[in-house]
Every structure is written in structure tokens, then in C-alpha cells.
Design a protein around this ligand. Structure first.
Ligand code: THU
Length: 137
């Protein structure tokens, strides 16, 4: 299933809404991530920081946990929102986390002010280590 422009616009709005609910009192760098999954649903979360800094969770991985908990399996598109003036790309750990549940999907980097950059996950993490590397152990 290829996401429609309408689905993608809704996905961007969900990422921005999740950004508003992020818990980032330490960095004050709020991020929202929204995932469109193959059941047609959108799952979103913001980053969740912690007084013990390394315990903090990025928005993308929080959204993956939300999606899996809701019974979703494959991710068709992701939108990542920040409050910066320019679109911001996801960290390496979140690129790896996305690869587990997605093919070469569009990664939409959006700002609150409506700027947008779209990259492919395969371009963000080429030659990725993934589930197939463990197959047939
Ligand atoms: N952060 C994300 O939520 N996603 C990323 O891809 C990069 C970083 C969060 C982690 C931390 O709460 C804050 O942004 C500053 O690094």
C-alpha cells in the first residue's frame, strides 16, 4: 500500500501534535514522530526524557513502541517533527530501530512552520544490519 498525499499530510500533523506533547525538560529539544502502519493507522509519540539522562527515549523509538503495543507490524512512512527552523534528521539509533519494521520507506522531516524534507530510510542508513542478517543462524 502506497500512502496517499492525504495520509501523508495527516501523518505530518500527527508528528507535530506529538511534538507538542513531548517531555523534554532537560534538552528542551522536543521531537514528535508519527508512523503510518500497514493497517492504515497512525501511531505517534514525542521524546521522553529522564532526570537520569541516558534513560531518555527518542520520539521515533517511543512511537515504534506505541505502534507495536497497538498490534501494528509494518511501517509504511514516518514523519519526524521538530520546532527548529530547518528539518532535522533522526539519530542513528532511531534509523536502526526503524529498519527493523520498515522497508525503504519515506522519512518525512517536518517543521512546525511547514518546511519539509523527504529522504528514504535506505539513504539514511545504507547497507543496514537487519533481521535478514540473523536468518538461518
Ligand atoms: N531526539 C529524538 O527524539 N529523536 C532523534 O532522532 C534525535 C534526538 C531527542 C532525544 C533527546 O530527548 C533530545 O532529542 C535531544 O537530543
Amino acid at each position: 500500500m502506497r500512502p496517499s498525499p492525504r495520509d501523508l499530510a495527516e501523518l505530518d500533523r500527527a508528528a507535530i501534535a506529538a511534538l507538542e506533547r513531548a517531555y523534554a525538560p532537560y534538552s528542551r529539544f522536543r521531537v514528535g514522530a508519527a508512523l503510518l502502519t500497514d493497517d492504515g493507522r497512525i501511531h505517534a509519540a514525542g521524546n521522553v526524557e529522564n532526570a537520569s539522562y541516558p534513560v531518555g527515549l527518542c520520539a521515533e523509538r517511543a512511537a515504534i513502541a506505541v505502534a507495536i503495543a497497538a498490534g501494528a507490524r509494518r511501517i509504511l512512512a514516518v514523519s519526524i517533527a521538530t520546532a527548529r527552523s530547518r528539518p532535522v534528521a533522526p539519530c542513528g539509533m532511531c534509523r536502526q530501530a526503524l529498519v527493523e519494521h520498515a522497508g525503504d520507506i519515506p522519512v518525512r522531516l517536518v517543521t512546525r512552520r511547514g518546511r519539509r524534507r523527504v529522504l528514504r530510510l535506505g539513504a539514511l542508513l545504507p547497507a543496514a544490519f537487519g533481521p535478514s542478517a540473523l536468518a538461518g543462524r
